[in-house]
Design a protein around this ligand. Structure first.
Ligand SMILES: Cc1cc2nc3c(=O)[nH]c(=O)nc-3n(C[C@H](O)[C@H](O)[C@H](O)COP(=O)(O)OP(=O)(O)OC[C@H]3O[C@@H](n4cnc5c(N)ncnc54)[C@H](O)[C@@H]3O)c2cc1C
Length: 431
C-alpha cells in the first residue's frame, strides 16, 4: 500500500505518521528549502511559524480538550511537544527548534516514510494535501482548477463569534430585516445616537494589528475591516453593516439610530456572529470596543475577528464529511487548508486524514469522531457550516452540542462537556 502526502507541516507530518504506523508506504513531499514561504525560516518539518505555544492544557479550555483527545489518538506531534516543553504555566509551550528538529528526526527516520524535498503541482491519489495557509501558487492554481475557483480563498476576513450565554438578551431583540427569513436567525443590538458616536470614537482610536509584511492585504470592498469602514465617514457604518432600516425595535416600534446584527452560527443558537465585523483590531481592543455594543457588555468570544493572507477551501461547498474530494474519496485535504485555524486544529485534521486514508486503503470506510468530541465538532463545522458565510474556525465549546441537563456554572459546564467528549473519544479510539 502506497500513499502520498503533500506538505511537511504540522498536518502533513501527522498524516504521514498515521499512515506509516498503519503499514502504508508514504512519500512525503515538502518544498522547503528549495522553495520557501513568506512565513517559514528553516528546512525543518513541522516548523511552527509564529507563537511557540499550543495553548492551554486545561480540560476546561477548548484547546486543552482537543489536546487530550489527540493523545487518545496517539498524536505524534503532541508526544514531541511534551518532550520539547518549556515552562509556560497551564499552556503547552515548546522550544520551537527542539520541536521541529525532533519531528524531522522521527519522520525522516520512519522506515515507511520517504521525504522528498520538492514542490508538488498536482493532486495525488491516494493522498493527503496539507500545504497550509501559504500553499504554493502552482498547487493553488491546480486546486482551483479542480474544485472551481470559487471554492478557494486567498484571504480570510473573520468576524468575531460570541457565546449566547454571555449576552444580555434583555438589551437585544430578535428580527430579520424587513421580516424576511426566520425571525430567529438574527439578534439585534439597537444603538442610540450617543451610543453610536461613542462606539465609533472607540473604534477609530483602537489599536490594530499591523500584520506581517506578506499580510498587507488589498482590501476588497465587500469585506473591508470594520475600522476601515468607520474611517471613511461618521455615517458610513450606519449606511453599511449597522444600518437600522427594516429593523424596528418591537419594544418601542421605532427604528434605532444604528443596529448591530448578530447572525446565528449554529442550530442550537450557542454561537452568534457579529455581522460585518471582520477586523484587524488587537484582541484586547476587540474585547474593549465591542463591549460598548448594548447586550455585549460581558461578551465571551469563541472566535476573535481577524484578516490574514490565508489559502483555504470552502470545505462545506466542496468536500465530503471526511474532507475528501467528492469525486475521489481517497484524495483528502487537511490542516489549515480545510478552514481550521491554529496549530492544534491543523495537526488534528492531519492525523484524522492519515487514519482515514489508511482505513480506505485497507478496504474500510472513513470515520469521523462523534460530534460530542472537540475534533468531531470541528470536522462537523468545517463540513457542515453555511457555505455562503464560511470562514476558518478554531476549537471552542460553542461547537459542541449542548448538555442534556443544562448547567449554569460556566466552569462546571465545561468540565461536563469535556468529560462527555473524552468518554466519546475513548470509545471512538478503541473502535
Ligand atoms: C504567519 C502565520 C502565523 C501563524 N501563527 C499562528 C500561531 O501563532 N498560533 C497558531 O495556533 N496558529 C498560527 N498560524 C496558523 C496555523 O495554525 C499554522 O499556519 C499551521 O502551521 C498550519 O498547519 P498546516 O500543516 O496546515 O500548514 P503548514 O504548517 O504551513 O505546513 C504546510 C507545508 O506545506 C509546504 N508546502 C506548501 N505548498 C507546497 C507544495 N506545493 N509542495 C510541497 N510542499 C508545499 C510548506 O512549505 C509547509 O511546510 C499562523 C499562520 C501563519 C501564516
Amino acid at each position: 500500500m502506497n500513499a502520498t502526502v503533500v506538505g511537511g507541516g504540522l498536518a502533513g507530518c501527522e498524516a504521514a505518521w498515521a499512515l506509516a504506523e498503519r503499514g502504508v508506504e508514504v512519500t512525503l513531499y515538502e518544498m522547503r528549502p528549495r522553495v520557501s514561504t513568506p512565513a517559514h525560516h528553516t528546512d525543518r518539518l513541522a516548523e511552527i511559524v509564529c507563537s511557540n505555544t499550543f495553548k492551554s492544557l486545561e480540560l476546561v479550555n477548548a484547546h486543552g480538550l482537543l489536546k487530550a483527545e489527540l493523545r487518545l489518538l496517539d498524536s505524534l506531534l503532541m508526544d514531541v511537544a511534551e518532550s520539547a516543553r518549556v515552562p509556560g504555566g497551564a499552556a503547552l509551550t515548546v522550544d520551537r527548534e527542539v520541536f521541529s528538529a525532533e519531528v524531522t528526526r522521527r519522520v525522516e527516520g520512519h522506515p515507511k516514510i520517504a521525504v522528498v524535498r520538492e514542490e508538488v503541482a498536482a493532486l495525488p491519489s491516494p493522498g493527503v494535501v496539507a500545504t497550509g495557509p501559504l500553499t504554493s501558487d502552482g498547487l493553488a492554481r491546480v486546486i482551483a482548477a479542480r474544485l472551481g475557483v470559487e471554492a478557494l480563498a486567498f484571504y480570510d476576513a473573520i468576524a468575531p463569534i460570541v457565546s449566547d450565554e454571555s449576552l444580555d438578551h434583555a438589551a437585544l431583540f430578535r428580527a430579520s430585516r424587513y421580516g424576511k427569513g426566520e425571525g430567529d436567525d438574527f439578534l439585534n443590538a439597537p444603538l442610540s445616537r450617543d451610543g453610536y458616536e461613542a462606539f465609533l470614537d472607540a473604534l477609530l482610536e483602537a489599536d490594530q494589528y499591523a500584520g506581517h509584511e506578506f499580510d498587507a492585504i488589498p482590501y476588497f470592498e465587500g469585506c473591508l475591516p470594520i475600522e476601515e469602514m468607520a474611517r471613511r465617514g461618521r455615517d458610513t457604518l450606519r449606511f453599511g453593516p449597522l444600518k437600522p432600516v427594516g429593523l424596528p425595535d418591537p419594544r418601542t416600534g421605532r427604528q434605532a439610530h444604528a443596529v448591530v446584527q448578530l447572525r446565528r452560527e449554529d442550530r442550537a443558537g450557542q454561537m452568534w456572529n457579529l455581522v460585518g465585523f471582520q477586523t484587524r483590531l488587537r484582541i484586547p481592543e476587540q474585547q474593549r470596543v465591542f463591549a460598548l455594543i448594548p447586550g455585549l457588555e460581558r461578551a465571551e468570544f469563541y472566535r476573535y475577528g481577524s484578516i490574514h493572507r490565508n489559502t483555504y477551501l470552502n470545505s462545506p461547498a466542496a468536500l465530503t464529511p471526511h474532507l475528501s474530494l467528492r469525486d475521489d474519496e481517497r484524495l483528502i485535504f487537511a490542516g489549515q487548508l480545510v478552514g481550521v485555524e491554529g496549530y492544534t486544529e491543523s495537526l488534528a485534521t492531519g492525523l484524522l486524514a492519515g487514519r482515514n486514508l489508511a482505513r480506505m486503503l485497507q478496504g474500510e470506510a472513513p470515520v469521523v469522531p462523534p460530534r460530542e468530541t472537540m475534533l468531531g465538532a470541528l470536522m462537523q463545522y468545517v463540513h457542515g457550516a453555511d457555505p455562503g458565510h464560511f470562514q476558518p474556525m478554531n476549537a471552542n465549546f460553542g461547537l459542541l452540542p449542548p448538555l442534556e441537563r443544562p448547567e449554569r456554572d460556566k466552569r462546571e459546564k465545561r468540565a461536563r462537556l469535556a468529560e462527555r467528549a473524552l468518554a466519546a473519544m475513548r470509545e471512538f479510539a478503541a473502535s
